[in-house]
Ligand binder design. Sequence first.
Ligand SMILES: Nc1ncnc2c1ncn2[C@@H]1O[C@H](COP(=O)(O)OP(=O)(O)OP(=O)(O)O)[C@@H](O)[C@H]1O
Length: 782
Amino acid sequence: MSSNSGIQIPSRLPLLCTHDGVLLPGSTMRISVDTARNMQLVKSRLLKGTSLKSTIIGVIPNTRDPEHDSDELPSLHSIGTAGLAVQVVGSNWPKPHYTLLITGLCRFRVTQLLRERPFPVAEVEQLDKLEQYTEGDQADGELGELSLRFHQAALQLVGMLDMSVPVVAKLRRLLDSLPRETLPDVLASMIRTSNKEKLQVLDAVDLEERFKKALPLLTRQIEGLKLLQKTRKRRPDDDKRVGQHVFLCLTNTLHHTSCSITQLKKMPQSMPEYALTRNYLEMMVELPWSKSTTDCLDIPAARVLLDNDHYAMEKLKRRVLEYLAVRQLKSTLKGPILCFVGPPGVGKTSVGRSIARTLGREFHRIALGGVCDQSDIRGHRRTYVGSMPGRIINGLKTAGVNNPVFLLDEVDKLGKSLQGDPAAALLEVLDPEQNHSFTDHYLNVPFDLSQVLFIATANTTATIPPALLDRMEVLQVPGYTQEEKVEIAHRHLIPHQLEQHGLTPQQLQIPQDTIKDIISKYTREAGVRSLERKIGAICRAVAVKVAEGHKVSRAESPTEQHAGKTGTSSSHTSLLFTVSERLTLPGVAIGLAWTPMGGEIMFVEASRMEGEGQLTLTGQLGDVMKESAHLAISWLRSNAKTYLLTTGSADPLEGTDIHLHFPAGAVTKDGPSAGVTIVTCLASLLSGRLVRSDVAMTGEITLRGLVLPVGGIKDKVLAAHRANLKRVIVPKRNEKDLEEIPAHVRADLDFVFASTLDEVLKAAFDGGFPTAVSHPQVVSKL
Ligand SMILES: Nc1ncnc2c1ncn2[C@@H]1O[C@H](COP(=O)(O)OP(=O)(O)OP(=O)(O)O)[C@@H](O)[C@H]1O
């Protein structure tokens, strides 16, 4: 294709007639193809051809009304643009069509139509030069003057935009580096012009005439911008913004122009840079720079949708509706970023999806678990082999619009490495002050993220980087009760799994009791993920039977077989057995712990032996747990007399070593809330009395014996309920949190609200805890 006298396009070109607009040399355009001839051209030339030559086609603007398109080939416009097909995307919806991405190379004239079917092919004459223009090759005379004026006008236009924006600065540099002959085509395709005007520029084969046709269009754009500046004087930034908006996409086009013409055309296809440049171009063109969906927010409808999609979680749904309502009233988007925090499988992701549906926006999930490299968020620079854009830009490309809902999943599991801190990059993404010009290293031009709606999810707030946490509003999503799980299973999980396995409700009905059995005997979780898996296992078993021709209507047998096989080892009965078995000795008490996986009951064990008053702690402990243990021991020592814990000497621990153990569970429990349990456990050990086996407790303690409030009450109480315990001791100041607990669970439990350790001990032992003198009442002022 190349010769010494410049680059030649093939002398025969297949012709694509398009209504979509006018492709000018040096610009890139998306063309939708659905007519029989054009489809045929794409199939037999673009999809089959392998050489660079086969990707060059002639694009002829079809000036006839598309409504009157017939099988007849329209009388062709004689001038067209040879274009390089950079991308072909096929789709069957709403009808079979292709979308082509074409970069214009040069003008041609049709000299002879060689054939019409299955697609037109013509003998063509190349009209524009297609070689590297040499610098300083400036024309003289009228043409020289015209090109100078045009160049100055282009400079003036760019000067009206904000130069601190990198794309504008780049455009400015390109104006100097691009050959002036290319400017009329390039600028005419960038500024606001009608197709008719573009057609006039296309038809202007003579360069002088082309300058004359394009110059008024450019001047008109400048005048328009001036007018805009005048009318918006009070907000001086806006006009530049508007201008920039017009130019943002355009500069990309310009970028393409320089890249595609000066790089692609010179590059052999085998060069690695060919693919790199081509991928980059594709990415730039595919990104939804200005494409967005329109929000269709209707609060009553949103309420219905949220209720239909999710059972229970009233508090969360209420807050989400508030959030949506505020957005409806105030269209600016600088609201807080919602962060759903809760155990796995409680529906955090699925609420995010519902929010997108209520707004009529695209939804995209970005998994952040294990991301420890900045470039995962911000992309690699293009100098690296195999460089890619980051997850945010990739997400936008997938979403296809610039205002999707992005769910940043598992922000608590972000890592850190030598390659930079991804949390810092996320901060920029989430900050409304900065994210309108987020620059991905790969793209190297800013992308406006301010229209994106971000929602985050996490299992715990403890490991979310503080600066990130600061920008988010945390909404706790607690675990479910057994009854809630049963409802969720019947309303959502079973229908969903049936559908997934191609079964009908007539083929498989799972009775309520079976679900209850699965929940209590085969799963132990705060959410419903394992439950969903177990239901899936039943469906699979039934699917086999149905496929074999059996008639299955009740699920008892498969439940027994399959849930049993796949069931977790810890069954409800064995749990109860361990509870009563473990409390047959003094020195054991049941605490309630909160972990990112939900609430758990936790046995605290203590033993004593001869020694020098040392304290040994084992099990999964945080530092705070150790502090709680020291506090507990100090309080018991100072109150030993009151509680008749002394044996001979005044200090019950004299000549005694204490060993405290927090068995079971690989997850570190939150520390302070074990304070009351440690005291109870030690009081039992020192007094030799048994703690009631049906009591669980939680609460932080002070040195003076006060009980302070703790978090995660709902999850903890649910854990006690799951373990079939009867009495729960909670700090007095947590009384208000019981509101969140379903009434039937509250009715099953006997709550003791304690503000002092004295009250805790009284409630934890059968018949209370004996004291020598009446205990001085300490009143909490905390
Ligand atoms: N309240 C609910 N109503 C209906 N379905 C629910 C509810 N809660 C959870 N589910 C279902 O449970 C499954 C798991 O939920 P989802 O994936 O949203 O959990 P998650 O909290 O995001 O978990 P993870 O933290 O592991 O990502 C989904 O199929 C979801 O539809």
